[in-house]
Design a protein around this ligand. Sequence first.
Ligand code: ATP
Ligand code: MG
Length: 575
Amino acid sequence: MAALNRQAVLYSAQKPSDTQWQRMEAFLQRRYDEAVTLSWTQDMSLKNGFRLECGDDIFDWSPEGRFRQLSQNLTSLTGAGPDIIPLMRETLHNWTPKAMAQTVGRVRAVQDGIVRVSGMADVFYGEILLFESGVRGMVMNLDEDEIGCILFDDDALIQQGSAVYRSGRVAGMPVGNAFKGRVIDALGTPIDGGEAIEADDYRPIEQPAPGIIDRQPVNTPMETGLMTIDAMFPIGRGQRELIIGDRQTGKTAVALDTIVNQKGKNVVCIYVAIGQKTSSVSQLVENLRKHGAMDYTVVVSASASAPAPLQYIAPYAGCALGEYFMYSGQDVLIVYDDLSKHAVAYRALSLLLGRSPGREAYPGDVFYLHARLLERAAHLSDALGGGSMTALPIVETQAGDVSAYIPTNIISITDGQIFLDSDLFFSGQRPAVNIGLSVSRVGGDAQTKAMKKATGSIRLDLAQYRELEVFTQFSSDLDETTRMQLTNGQMLMRLLRQKQYHPYPQHQQVILLLAAQARLFQHIAPKDMEACVRNLLAHVEQTQGVICRKIEQTGLADAEDLENLRSAAAAFMKG
Ligand code: ATP
Ligand code: MG
């Protein structure tokens, strides 16, 4: 069978002259190194330019095409930072339109925010594509004869057969210091009604995680201000700790308290809201602002009404922003609220792209979806500046079932989990941390010396109490020791209750833990507990101010300091 000749079509308003025609043929011969059959089609819209199409390649010499080339040259400069003006001048001076082959694809089908494009053999995975109406999309599927692309904007603007252009770059996110205090969408555009944000840099949203040599062990605490967590399941900077529980069990509250507690600690906080109601996000921003936490916080929101592609990229975008701060040597706390909704958005995309469904209809790579996100949390080595990024992913369970697909996946990726229990929550024990099911695999390394000494055996006491409680539920005549253990346990549980937005600084936690272990609260009625705690803290802070400040500043406390605190507390409680 004879090979088919390559075909090329020349579009122009006027018929080309013979010399032009010969030059064109010579050009094609040189370019493709084979004979090309050239034909001519009149196109009145191309006033004094022409366009040559050969297969997927388009050589655009129309005024429109040249402008597109120039604008692409200019947009590729974003990220140059403050030096952008001289660079722009240079680009304009040196610009000569080139007969650059530009791969242009055609929209084959568009549906539900997914576009199938034909004729773009050389695009890469994750590349941003530009559509005629200014819509942007990202390549997600590379099939044999077409590609699948997800859209970041409305798909109503795209028509079948329209042209698609390459951008040559992967999806990225503007980053910079100016983002602190702002609410942005998953593409970095402000959505808080404020002015445009001046970015310092542009980072790809997908980045490989730091390798082993680039990291150092977790050794500094990331205090949540919640005594239950800081005493028993301490979190370290650079760690990944999952917050898991049914709906309405205070998951978001734990994350927010942690953000509020970072005030004055030089930690940049990023809260990524995925698939939440816009109203709850704005309420949350309001609360953060009220507690003075917005100054060092960025909220990235892809609400429930945002297209699934935006919900899908939101955590990666937040992470890219976090990495910017981490690689500049700062400490970052990032909250992903929540990854169950993220997985659902990804499932929707995958099914629309025609990928085969697996367990619970999630695609086969859903583990990788979260692993590659959470692996980017790290405590960097000193050679890389020693910055850190602590991740608090949130996952919602159905009726406490932690063995569902997404929860088990994420449990196995993270360094521990805070399990929130709805029974505890409704019985008024808030934060409703289930002590038996929660764990932090970094443990004592993430605690200061003072906290470690003060915590003592509290976790064991509580575990014993929980067992005794079940065991003695129906018996009335208890011996003295058992009764003591029960009241002690009840007192501890009561002490661990904490109101929202009332984080305890570290020295207060030390005082309360010491007092609890000396059983100083044994005779306090439950209803008086709150006032008692408040007065006790005020008294000890006043009389032992030096030790309190020492604990805050250095995290250290020797045996004598602890004894002083304990006796000051005892003296007050006797009074
Ligand atoms: P959802 O599943 O809807 O995301 P959630 O698990 O994130 O819910 P939150 O929104 O954090 O739960 O909390 C649910 C409610 O409980 C909120 O009204 C919150 O104010 C309240 N709440 C949470 N923690 C506490 C607390 N420690 N003390 C008092 N109220 C609390
Ligand atoms: Mg929530």
